[in-house]
Structures are given as structure tokens and as C-alpha cells.
Write a protein that binds this ligand. Structure first.
Ligand code: AMP
Ligand code: MG
Length: 316
């Protein structure tokens, strides 16, 4: 891909935040740490700025973006917030829960954000750097993960630069992210039903505890960007491995020791935090193939396994 910019790296301190806010206000692109992964932010109200997100990432136009807001009051300006949305926000915001809601007709949003859908996906992030930027700018930000489309998501500034150096204005370096996996996405439908569109740090049990059992979607709401192939490290990936076979880089977990490990002690939250860093190491390793140990399919392990299945899906 062409380099169009000299990408600045700034720290997540007062000066760095101020610089990020200035670039964003002027319509630029800034990668910002959130508690999930690094997001590639642009003003949500600018068609031109949002268009540049798609261009920098090579993201297909049918894949809608999540809008990041400071709080529920800011969400109310763009989406219809019903009682369920309010209860979820009370419980899980700021935090890694994205809600797909009906879009307000007067929402100040660039049209590409919704990719033609009547809805909008919103979340209120918890990371202090992202919150300081939202506060300084005083506007909502569109922010998908800060990586080229289909590649492994970034949990550090170095991961951002691995695919977007020269394609964005700046990255705010806030160190490694805390949760390590993208937000959970829930669709709240107007008929009172809800469905889980993407597994993430807020589990189905967490949502059940607020809303009651999930009701199956009849297909009226879908998550268009949820492609089978995603998070691709550029090499074949074998799942549920016990040992490395010849030519494989092994990502271990618990008793399966590998070239690197998701968590030596078998801690599932630590594994979520380390997943993308391990996939980035595997991508850079000399071995031509990757093997990954089995991960228990419970709690955030469901989200880890969802991402691993997509990383292992065969390429086109
Ligand atoms: P990313 O920001 O790269 O983590 O991707 C955001 C994902 O959110 C998209 O790929 C969609 O699956 C989902 N999404 C965003 N907006 C909507 C929407 N209006 N309706 C359904 N899903 C959405
Ligand atoms: Mg992404």
C-alpha cells in the first residue's frame, strides 16, 4: 500500500492528547489505545475523515464502523436509547460493550459509518487516553481497529505501525491494551428481542444477567463485517495443538508450552490480553505455519476461540 503520510508517534500524556485532538479536529486520522485494542479514530461527523478510515485500512464499504462516545448523554444524540440500552450502559459503560441501536434521523454522522443500515453501533470506551481525546474534541469518533483490513488486530502502538505506518497521521502510544480483544457487540431490536453479534469481554452470561435469555435473531439484523476470514496472520493456522509439528511456531496455553504462551498458568483473561501479540510474533517468526493450543470455551474463552477460528479460516 502507498505511504501518504509521515506517521507521528506521541505519548498518551497531556501534550500527546492535545496533539491528537488537534489532528482529529482538522479531519485527520489518529490511532488511539482503548481497553480492547487500538482504534483508528476520525471525526464521526465528517464524511471526508470517515472516508479516509476506509482508505487507510483498505476496509470494504459494506463493513460499518463503531461510534465511540464519552457517555450515555452523547449516545442519545445519535441513537434511540430505550430502557434496555440504559440498563446495559449503567452496568457496562464505560467498557467493552457495543450496542447496535436505531439511528436517530438527526444524528450528525457521516453516512458511510452505517454502511446503509438504519442502525448505528455505539460504545463508551474506558481507556483514559481515549476518554481524554473524546473530552478534548467534544465530538463522537468513528473508530474501527487500527490495522489494515483482515490483518491481526493491534494491542500496541508497534502493531498499529506494522500495517498503518505512512497511512495515518499519528498514533498515541499508551502501551499494551488491557483486555486485548474487541468489544462485545449486542443488537437491541425494536421488537424487544436482542442478539449477540460478536463475542467479546462482556460475556453472554453478563448480558443475560441484565436482559434475560437471548432471543434468536430472524436475520433482520446482521453484523455485515463479521467475515469468516479475519485476523489473518498470513500463514496457515492449526488449532487445538498439543505439540509443534515440524515447521510450526507453537502458541501455548497452560500445560502446552510453546515458542510463546498465551498464559503459562492457564489464566483465560491473560490469554485474551496476549492473543494478538502472540499472533503478531507468530507472523514475524521464521516458521511458515502456526499451531495454537486448545483454549477452554468458557467466559472470554468463547471470544478467543471465535477470533482463532477466523484467523485459521483458509484464505481466498
Ligand atoms: P471493528 O470496528 O473493526 O471492530 O468492526 C466493527 C464491527 O461492528 C463491524 O464489522 C460490524 O460487524 C459491527 N457493526 C458496526 N455497525 C453495525 C451496525 N449498524 N449493525 C450491525 N453491526 C455493526
Ligand atoms: Mg477490525
Amino acid at each position: 500500500m502507498d505511504r501518504k503520510y509521515v506517521t507521528e508517534t506521541v505519548l498518551a500524556d497531556t501534550a500527546g492528547i492535545a496533539r491528537g485532538v488537534d489532528i482529529l479536529r482538522a479531519g485527520g486520522l489518529v490511532a488511539v489505545p482503548t481497553e480492547t485494542v487500538y482504534g483508528l479514530a476520525a471525526r464521526a461527523d465528517s464524511e471526508e475523515a470517515v472516508g479516509q478510515i476506509f482508505e487507510a485500512k483498505g476496509r470494504p464499504a459494506f463493513n460499518p464502523l463503531i461510534v465511540h462516545v464519552l457517555d450515555i448523554a452523547a449516545a442519545e444524540a445519535i441513537a434511540e436509547i430505550d430502557e434496555r440500552a440504559r440498563m446495559l450502559a449503567d452496568r457496562f459503560w464505560p467498557g467493552p460493550l457495543t450496542m447496535v441501536l436505531s439511528r436517530r434521523p438527526d444524528a450528525q454522522l457521516a453516512p458511510q459509518i452505517a454502511a446503509g443500515l438504519p442502525t448505528v453501533a455505539v460504545r463508551s470506551p474506558a481507556h483514559p487516553a481515549m476518554r481524554a481525546i473524546l473530552e478534548g474534541l467534544g465530538k463522537a469518533l468513528a473508530a474501527p481497529s487500527a490495522n489494515a483490513s483482515e490483518t491481526v488486530s493491534p494491542t500496541s502502538a508497534a502493531h498499529v505501525l506494522a500495517t498503518l505506518d505512512g497511512r495515518i497521521d499519528a498514533v498515541v502510544d499508551g502501551g499494551p491494551t488491557e483486555r486485548g480483544l474487541e468489544s462485545t457487540i449486542i443488537a437491541l431490536r425494536e421488537d424487544g428481542r436482542w442478539s449477540l453479534l460478536r463475542e467479546g469481554p462482556i460475556t453472554r452470561q453478563d448480558l443475560d444477567s441484565v436482559l434475560g435469555e437471548e432471543t434468536p435473531s430472524n436475520g433482520a439484523i446482521e453484523a455485515p463485517g463479521q467475515l469468516a476470514r479475519h485476523y489473518a496472520p498470513g500463514k496457515p493456522v492449526r488449532l487445538n495443538a498439543r505439540h509443534a509439528e515440524e515447521g510450526e511456531f507453537l502458541i501455548g496455553f497452560g500445560s502446552v508450552t510453546g515458542d510463546v504462551t498465551l498464559s503459562e498458568s492457564g489464566d483465560i483473561n491473560e490469554a485474551a490480553r496476549n492473543l494478538y501479540a502472540c499472533l503478531h510474533w507468530a507472523r514475524e517468526a521464521p516458521q511458515l505455519r502456526i499451531a495454537v493450543a486448545a483454549i477452554p470455551d468458557e467466559g472470554i474463552g468463547k471470544a478467543i476461540n471465535d477470533r482463532l477460528r477466523r484467523a485459521a479460516a483458509p484464505g481466498s
